[in-house]
Design a protein around this ligand. Structure first.
Ligand SMILES: Nc1ncnc2c1ncn2[C@@H]1O[C@H](COP(=O)(O)OP(=O)(O)OP(=O)(O)O)[C@@H](O)[C@H]1O
Length: 260
């Protein structure tokens, strides 16, 4: 049986103009291969500019790869097919306040992906919105509220509701837990783990915080200057890193790791 997600030699280079006569190539991501199973979490770690967001954008189809192939349940994802992609792979960002349209109610925000991607009628969509709000620990009454009426933690739950409403198979969490205080973060991690168990979701967690990575992920990939330098079981890798860059990263966060 094929893995939920298989990535083969995926890479991305940007060609940017230096001046009117010359262009420069920036290799944001060197060819990388990995797989992800249902119910599993893969963490991607690395310093600023190491290629984490580039990899996430390639997976959701927001960028076109320079090389490589992505397979979902054994089927190759075509670069321009956003409909196919956005039903199965969803992304949640750090700052929900900026990703939720402030002029729409929660009902409208959650209805949009359903209206665009499903054949459900209005009543069916409304029932699904209520059920999804409950799944993320919000109330049916919240449907008529606007984003500014919620706290940061609740906004993250709305983003999560929007991400799961199309029953995706993979969710990419791009620093999605970074802005939450420790107690809200633990609640959110528990909610994500519950949903993972219920829905068989595969998570890709992009995080600077190795404490979260250790708590949440099964495997981890370390990126350095666009190159994958190490990948393996999270606990084993954190206990016995092989690459000097990983060792440096762990040393720089030894207090976070000790406190978790
Ligand atoms: N659209 C673009 N055009 C040119 N270069 C880009 C573009 N997007 C990213 N890059 C470059 O690719 C490299 C990797 O960037 P990326 O945003 O993936 O890093 P990151 O690990 O996500 O960093 P951060 O932790 O700051 O989000 C960087 O050198 C960045 O400047």
């Amino acid at each position: 049986m094929s893995s939920l997600l298989q990535v083969y030699d995926l890479s991305k280079s940007y060609h940017v103009s230096q001046n009117i006569f010359s262009r420069k190539t920036i290799v944001a991501l060197e060819p990388v291969s990995f797989s992800l199973e249902a119910h599993q979490t893969l963490a991607i770690v690395g310093e600023i500019g190491s290629g984490k967001s580039t990899l996430a954008k390639l997976l959701v189809g927001a960028e076109t790869p320079s090389s490589g192939k992505i397979k979902l349940n054994g089927q190759t994802l075509q670069p321009g097919n956003f409909k196919q992609r956005c039903q199965h792979i969803r992304m949640i960002f750090q700052d929900s306040a900026t990703t939720l349209n402030p002029s729409l109610t929660i009902r409208q925000l959650l209805d949009e992906p359903l209206y665009l991607n499903t054949d459900l009628n209005e009543t069916e969509r409304s029932e699904l919105i209520t059920a999804t709000l409950k799944k993320v620990g919000l109330l049916a009454e919240h449907m008529n509220f606007y984003p500014h009426m919620f706290s940061g933690g609740q906004k993250q739950r709305i983003s999560l509701a929007r991400a799961i409403i199309l029953q995706p198979q993979i969710i990419i969490l791009d620093e999605a837990l970074a802005a939450l205080d420790p107690s809200l973060r633990s609640q959110m991690i528990n909610l994500l783990l519950d949903l993972q168990q219920q829905m068989g979701l595969g998570f890709i967690l992009i995080s600077h915080n190795l404490g979260i990575v250790r708590h949440f992920s099964d495997t981890m990939m370390v990126l350095c200057n666009g190159q994958m330098v190490e990948m393996g079981n999270t606990h084993e890798l954190l206990k016995a890193p092989k690459h000097k860059y990983t060792k440096k990263l762990i040393m720089s966060q030894r207090f976070q790791l000790a406190n978790k």
